[in-house]
Design a protein around this ligand. Structure first.
Ligand code: SF4
Ligand code: SF4
Ligand code: SF4
Length: 592
């Protein structure tokens, strides 16, 4: 019988740990720090960086702690001169081929490679430059850019893309010096199955993967006196932006964000939560309609653009199950450039909509050709020709980019007192806030569906079994004897089993929420780095705190959304709603 616990000695102290774990895991559990650049908890290890070396009594060579299992009575040394020198040597070899662009590198403050070099006392590199000529970057994607010159071949991005997202858009190619991470036939991310989720960026220890920045174009718009520039801020941003300014994860900075953006010169500072409430009105009614009319079920949520592209590549058979609702970002743009523009007499051609999102895939979503509903709405009335076409959302900034904009604008974020969002597109309920976390869209939709279906007030608003960071959550909701089975998945890898059931026609659920990123939008790739289990948990707690503190907690109670229907749209799922707030999906070619 295999022993469950094994005794061992680390740096002269006795420990007992689980049999079969690695030396690295044993050291972490013992509170001993081992530096690494490729290790990612819970994922298969490439053991590529060779920084995590340790000395084991009796072993001829130093061992890589991330792939060496512990043994009974093992004596491990993590901090001898031999260990330190070998780690430094390996790091110097990595740095010899690396550009020294730290001053102008996007990842300067969050770069693990730069920090490790400093912490390990490297002030000089003894080896000649190993990379002679500069390799071309992959700038094909509108969301992400990949610079192979800054890649240290750690393999984290490949692991995440494959094991967490099950997309497999990138892999290693070539050998030795020619080794690199690339897409199928080196065609670039835009021509691959990449869904723009950016989870590879979040785990990259260097500046090799970055978002395509829109900061310069936003500054240009703000400086143009002819433009009426409005900004919308996604729910998850308020639980994370503070981290960019040194605040602890999970600090709510909603009011500070509104004030900072106003100070930067935005003409109106609005809230994507307004259109999250609107999404619930449309999607909740779509669900009710499908249930009542024997429509296609389960209905699957549509607000996460990485998931939509994933479905178009890998699950074209079930596109009819996905809600036709646009995401809150896109609903906002369409409403701002039609309803708001008409109400306040603003020429939609001069309106610029900027969104602040926790997500890199939102950059791709905003540029989908079908996201020009406001142009279609106005074109006859204003006599617009096709070359004058404009998008509903013009520029998407990630949380990190928005923080940079605020820093560049010289705003003392930490000492802002805070202000409210502007009305009417800044009014929202607690149901909209929880869109930021996995399970939130489902919970928000159920709060509204229950009251619309029964005509009675829902007493218990918190659906606790839909909360938390588990990959898949399920629940059965009783609405006046109507038992609705629902499921929630976060990350595309976790969504796959649910989708296979839908494809086979054996899904027991009527409604499924799918979020592309682990944890939902709080764990999006546009969020501050690091985004890990601990930061996700704290941001999630902040989201539910904000919900609890809101006076209104159900989307259908939002007075600004009610006014929008009364003054402009008519009713949920009306013809105008369909034109402006709904979309359709197409099968995409999938190449490997
Ligand atoms: S990736 Fe890191 S080490 Fe490399 S240039 Fe950027 S900040 Fe410096
Ligand atoms: S953005 Fe997502 S899908 Fe694309 S390569 Fe990175 S992890 Fe893979
Ligand atoms: S791109 Fe980043 S995560 Fe991927 S192998 Fe290179 S350094 Fe590692």
């Amino acid at each position: 019988m295999q022993e469950k616990k094994v005794p061992l000695r680390i740096d002269g102290k006795d420990y007992e740990c689980d049999a079969g774990i690695t030396i690295l895991d044993a050291c972490v559990k013992a509170g001993i720090h081992i530096p690494t650049l490729c290790y990612l908890e819970g994922l298969s290890q490439e053991a590529a960086c060779s920084i995590c070396l340790v000395e084991v009594k009796g072993a001829k060579t130093l061992l890589r702690s991330c792939v060496t299992p512990v043994g009974k009575g093992m004596e491990i040394f993590t901090n001898t001169p031999r260990v330190r020198n070998a780690r430094r040597l390996n790091l110097e070899l990595l740095l010899a081929g690396h550009p020294k662009d730290c001053l102008v590198c996007d990842r300067n403050e969050s770069c693990e490679l730069r920090k490790l070099a400093f912490d390990m006392g490297i002030r000089d590199i003894r080896f000649p430059k190993t990379q002679e000529s500069e390799l071309p970057s992959d700038n094909t994607s509108v969301s992400l850019s990949r610079d192979p010159n800054k890649c240290i071949l750690c393999g984290r991005c490949v692991s995440v893309c494959s094991a967490v997202q099950s997309v497999k858009a990138i892999d290693f190619s070539g050998r030795g010096k020619a080794s690199k991470v690339t897409t199928f036939f080196d065609q670039g991310l835009a021509n691959s199955v990449c869904v723009n989720c950016g989870q590879c960026l979040l785990v990259c220890p260097t500046g090799a993967i970055t978002e395509r920045s829109s900061i310069a174009r936003v500054w240009e718009a703000l400086a143009d006196p002819r433009k009426f520039v409005v900004v919308e801020v996604a729910p998850a941003v308020r639980a994370a932006m503070g981290e960019e300014f040194g605040m602890p994860a999970g600090t709510l900075v909603t009011a500070k964000i509104a004030q900072a953006l106003r100070k930067l010169g935005f003409d109106k500072v609005f809230d994507t939560q307004f259109s999250a409430d609107l999404t619930i009105m449309e999607e909740g009614h779509e669900l009710i309609q499908r249930i009542k009319n024997n429509g296609k079920l389960p209905l699957i949520t549509s607000c996460s653009p990485g998931w939509i592209k994933f479905a178009e590549h890998f699950y074209p058979e079930i596109l009819g199950n996905i809600s036709s609702c646009k995401s809150p970002q896109q609903m906002f743009g369409a409403v701002a450039k039609t309803y708001y523009a008409r109400k306040y007499n603003i020429d939609p051609r001069n309106m610029v909509v900027v969104s602040v999102m926790p997500c890199t895939a939102k950059k791709f979503e905003a540029l989908r050709p079908e996201m020009m509903s406001a142009f279609d709405y106005w074109k006859d009335e204003l006599g617009l020709a096709e070359p004058e076409a404009f998008y509903d959302v013009d520029y998407v900034l990630t949380t990190r980019e928005a923080a940079r904009l605020i820093k560049e604008g010289g705003i003392d974020f930490l000492n802002l007192e805070g202000e409210d969002f502007d009305e009417p597109l800044g009014i929202s309920t607690g149901a909209a806030v929880i869109f930021g976390s996995t399970g939130g869209v489902m919970e928000a939709a159920l709060r509204t569906a229950y009251e619309v279906l029964t005509g009675r007030q829902l007493e218990k608003l918190d659906f606790m079994n839909l909360r938390g960071l588990d990959g898949i959550k399920t629940a059965e909701v009783d609405i006046d004897g109507l038992k609705l089975k629902v499921a929630v998945a976060n990350s595309l890898g976790k969504a796959r089993p649910l989708l296979e059931e839908v494809k086979r026609g054996s899904s027991p659920y009527v409604f499924i929420e799918i979020m592309t990123c682990p944890g939902g939008c709080i764990g999006g790739a546009g969020q501050p780095i690091p985004t890990d289990e601990e930061t996700r948990t704290k941001r999630m707690e902040a989201i539910y705190r904000e919900d609890k503190n809101k006076t209104l907690r159900k989307s259908h109670e939002n007075p600004a959304v009610q006014a929008l229907y009364k003054e402009f749209l008519g009713a949920p799922l009306s013809e105008k709603s369909h034109h402006l707030l709904h979309t359709s999906y197409k099968k995409k070619e999938t190449v490997f």
